[in-house]
Design a protein around this ligand. Structure first.
Ligand code: ATP
Ligand code: MG
Length: 395
């Protein structure tokens, strides 16, 4: 039985808990969730409660008079941790710490510990109060979450690396396939041309027509191959970001697209275009594709109206740009397909094209960290939006 228990045992039964120290002593003695102990000036244990016994498994008779450093690991002892903690508590009035401590049987528990310097009315240091709580469960849960997160991060890194390798392989494959297809295509076209030119007289009219078809189709396939090459080249090209004025790019593109406007009534309204941060050559391809689409898909309008503008994006440092037209539009149900390679919503006989323009646009915008999307209504026109980093942004 400890000293305090002995005192408690001789306290007269029925004594008012609020009088004397009995109430406080009973309270401290019986608390089970906190280890509460008194240390003398050197750190020897003077009192011991139920919570301390449950936490460390030392009975009062085994621990009273021992130094509190008994709960520390050899590593903490070698680092002089117990003495440093008392010293800090003395200097600052209190000291709080969390860490692994050691039970009587050598097992570890994670403790939250608060030391309080105890001074008398004269300000003289008399000892230390130590209150500790067992946070092992919380600590283990946190450690588990941390290790699961690390594991997850590692797995994401591995998967991303695998995907990158697969994407690179696919890119290299489509590049070499499309590259290698060019020569035989040229040969087919060349021999068909020779047949038509030099042996036209020996061929019946039907055969000549077939040969014309062969040439038209090899040329079309040539365009598809060129589109695929242009698309796969994008993945290899580095993105050199700099300050870009889209107003200048739009002006150049519209000049380059002059032929598409010839003989037509086209109203082009260029609104304010905020500067952005990106690769000039790549962004020119974005504008070229969107503006040429706007011109192409308004070809059957009496007056084509194309609006171009920008406004701040949803997140800070982001600009949103748009190209709006009053052309044929499309059914929004197919909007997810538009940006895929060779995906077309209109027949080549109506509107010619290979279906890589928007795939290129999307790839360039994604490589800039932006988003691209479309809104449209069948026969009412389409609007293409994309976001980029604002002009003042860092690389
Ligand atoms: N402004 C637009 N209005 C209506 N439909 C559009 C518009 N822009 C694109 N589309 C639809 O999206 C499809 C894909 O566009 P994309 O630019 O990729 O290909 P394309 O214009 O057909 O060919 P190209 O490779 O020559 O650009 C088009 O075939 C068309 O159906
Ligand atoms: Mg296009």
């Amino acid at each position: 039985m400890s000293v305090q228990n002995a005192e408690l045992a001789v306290a007269p039964p029925g004594q008012d808990l609020e009088s004397g120290h009995i109430g406080i002593r009973l309270l401290v003695e019986n608390v089970r969730d906190y280890a509460i102990l008194l240390l003398d000036l050197e750190g020897h244990i003077v009192t011991w409660n139920k919570g301390a016994e449950l936490l460390t498994r030392y009975a009062p008779s085994e621990i009273i008079g021992r130094h509190f450093s008994i709960f520390y690991s050899p590593k903490d002892l070698a680092a002089g941790k117990p003495a440093r903690e008392l010293q800090t508590a003395e200097e600052n009035g209190r000291y709080e710490d969390e860490g692994w401590r050691v039970r009587k049987d050598g097992s570890r528990f994670w403790a939250n510990v608060i030391f309080t310097a105890l001074r008398d009315d004269m300000g003289q240091l008399r000892g230390f109060g130590k209150v500790a709580r067992d946070f092992t469960k919380r600590q283990r849960a946190e450690e588990q979450i941390r290790s699961l997160n690390e594991d997850l991060e590692q797995r994401v890194l591995c998967r991303t690396a695998e995907l990158e390798v697969a994407a690179k392989e696919l890119e290299a494959f489509s590049y070499s396939v499309s590259h290698d297809l060019r020569a035989p295509l040229r040969a087919i076209d060349g021999f068909s041309r020779i047949l038509l030119k030099e042996h036209a007289g020996a061929l019946p009219p039907e055969a000549r027509e077939y040969l014309q078809d062969v040439r038209a189709n090899t040329q079309r396939m040539g365009h598809l191959v060129d589109g695929l090459l242009a698309f796969s080249r994008l993945g290899r090209q580095p993105v050199n970001k700099q300050h870009v004025s889209p107003a200048g790019l739009v002006r150049q593109c519209l000049e380059d697209l002059h032929d598409q406007q010839a003989g037509r009534r086209v109203e082009i309204l260029v609104g304010e275009l905020a500067d952005c941060w990106g690769d000039v050559a790549l962004l020119k391809q974005v504008w070229m594709n969107l503006l040429s689409n706007a011109l192409k898909y308004t070809a059957r309008r009496e007056v084509a109206v194309i609006e171009i503008g920008s406004h701040p994006g949803h997140s800070p440092g982001e600009q949103s740009y748009f190209v709006k037209d009053n052309g044929v539009g499309f059914d929004m149900r197919y909007t997810g397909k538009l940006f895929g390679v060779f995906q077309r919503l209109h027949r080549a006989e109506e509107y010619e094209g290979t279906g890589v323009g928007l795939a290129i646009v999307q790839r360039i915008i994604h490589r800039h960290g932006g988003r691209v999307w479309a809104e449209a209504q069948l026969d009412k026109g389409a609007t293409f939006h994309f976001t980029l980093q604002s002009g003042g942004g860092a690389a």
